[in-house]
Ligand binder design. Sequence first.
Ligand code: EPZ
Length: 419
Amino acid sequence: MDKLAIIGGRPLYGIVPISGAKNSALKLMAASLLTDEELVLENVPRLADVDMLLRLLNQHGAQSSFEDATLRLHAKDIISTVAPYDLVRKMRASFNVLGPLLAREGKAKVSLPGGCAIGARPVDLHLKALTAMGAKIDLDEGYVIAEAPDGLQGADIAFPFVSVGATEHVMLAAVLADGETKISNAACEPEIVDLADCLNAMGAKISGAGTASINIVGVDRLAGVTHRVLPDRIETGAYAMAVGAAGGELTLANADIDLLGAALPVLEKAGLSFEKTNEGVRVKTTRDRSLAVDIETKPYPGIATDLQAMFTAMMATADGVSHVKETIFENRFMHAPELGRMGAKISVDGQTATVTGVARLKGAPVMATDLRASMSLIIAALGAEGQTMVNRVYHLDRGFERLEEKLAECGALIERVSE
Ligand code: EPZ
């Protein structure tokens, strides 16, 4: 299993190209199943999660080529409506093939994604919504067996709480349904808008994406288009916080800071300054040490839960005491004890971590537990004294494209060690 060895204490200077958003690319890829024409996605990050979904789409019958961040997907014929356990269990986003398969073929058998390290992550909202749209759904031996032989019907879907995946899933199913679907309490994440933009370019009739009320009028067929994936706001935040921990100044090429939502003023308050440039965004520290700031994760435009672990790492060496409240997932503080191994003072009580900033962290062997938690360890390591060895880096390969290359190009001492 690969490890990353990082020697901290070197400020970061240079240009980091920000990749396309993983969490948008994955849903856009699922949209390729909705048309028998070719969907061309540009700015797709080369990540383990993308490769995994690609294998699943190939297995459903999509032909593909992936070169220079351009992914071509052509699902002319669907040859299988079964999404097997092995390809769905490793990545929850695979579950989103259910809606498109059901909409196009009238049936699908898709493995349940199961729980994961950050929480139970059920799919009840997805299934209730598809049922409301006329699908007959049974659960058997870990599989969702769904049928809609006469097609899906538009429905009024009122979510009890905000779910990014369920909102996207309903959109992916409703575009080919008969009649109108109204989603209330919809997620407003930029990735939802990106998906709506692509689907509308394909011929769908979606309005209201980016607000809590989305309206979808079903159409008979969708066409192939070329669509550019929006920049990854979580990767943008990650490199900004790396500067917060290690110091220096980075240009985040292709980044769009407006996508950071409420995280932007918080990062500014903590001591980072951002400047829009022709290339993207320039970020630098305005203080020797970050200032402690309290945060609470919320659905967009609130502070993203995916940035929480990295923010906790940045706060570990901030001046003062910070309270970090996680409201989206029930088990998303696994980085706390690992950061503790590096000297961070973090106590977790229920949904809240209290972080008492220390002047400096010390390198240590640590273990990555999930994708974003892994990045928090990298951020901590970049600012720490001495060497940190991050174990289980396969988590990082799922969501951060060319991580060590991008960091090394900006002066970080980081090396992948294969065993
Ligand atoms: C997406 O997950 C992202 N994943 C997550 O990023 C992100 O943390 C999350 O949205 C929140 O922003 C992808 O886009 C692939 P949710 P998703 O449905 O859609 C509960 C990363 O690191 N819930 O908005 O699965 C759920 O358990 C990943 O890139 C139900 O109870 O998140 C959670 O507590 C991690 N029933 C809350 O809702 C359901 O049917 C929000 O989850 C669906 C969700």
